[in-house]
Design a protein around this ligand. Structure first.
Ligand code: SF4
Ligand code: SF4
Length: 188
């Protein structure tokens, strides 16, 4: 049975709500680094011009937002698994680090945890400093993340990878990460 846009939006709203209940730490970690993950702009990695990749259905949250520009790319122009046939939506924050936090993307809500699938298809959450060019003090200073944040983020990714294209994307990134052999830290 085909999933309607309405059902898809409801499921993203549910995920945003789950993540709204938790936070990586009990203080504003932006004070540690000047919110570098929102505003980093050196070299060829320019956050202010860089768009955040959305997962399927998230684009439905941004249709009338003044804080974000929504645009679309063909998956064929991106380094995505071949199973991903649909277009990929991206948002650009217009005024980082300020945004409408109620609709910030999953990518921001679950940072600095990244999903990883082991070779036997087990889902993990990891820290991977090779994924971004700045230092996140939560990782470099070994700051303990809230258990409920780790748990909810894990449950959210469990839900998200039920979608075969999301599963394929996470598996694709995981195989590539292992091939690079640069190392990452498993959190759960
Ligand atoms: S997640 Fe890391 S990089 Fe982003 S604001 Fe918090 S401490 Fe800074
Ligand atoms: S959406 Fe918000 S939290 Fe995410 S990078 Fe942009 S300004 Fe930062």
């Amino acid at each position: 049975m085909e999933i309607t846009a309405e059902q898809m939006k409801k499921s993203i709203e549910k995920i945003y709500k789950m993540l709204d209940e938790v936070s990586p730490v009990n203080f504003d970690c932006g004070t540690l680094c000047g919110e570098v993950c929102c505003i980093y702009d050196e070299g060829d990695y320019i956050n202010q011009n860089l768009a955040l990749y959305l997962l399927p259905g998230e684009e439905l949250m941004y249709e009338d937002s003044d804080c974000f520009d929504l645009y679309v790319m063909s998956s064929k122009d991106l380094d995505y698994p071949h199973t991903w046939q649909d277009d990929v939506f991206l948002v650009e924050c217009k005024n980082p680090p300020h945004c409408d936090r109620r609709i910030r993307p999953i990518q921001c809500r679950t940072f600095p945890l990244i999903p990883h699938l082991s070779k036997n298809s087990r889902l993990h959450l990891i820290f991977d400093e090779n994924e971004f060019p700045y230092e996140c003090p939560l990782i470099t200073d070994n700051i303990k993340l809230n258990e409920d944040f780790i748990k909810v983020t894990y449950n959210v990714w469990k839900i998200l990878i039920r979608d075969p294209v999301v599963y394929d994307l996470v598996a694709f990134d995981s195989r590539r990460r292992e091939n690079k052999r640069k190392g990452y830290k498993i959190i759960i």
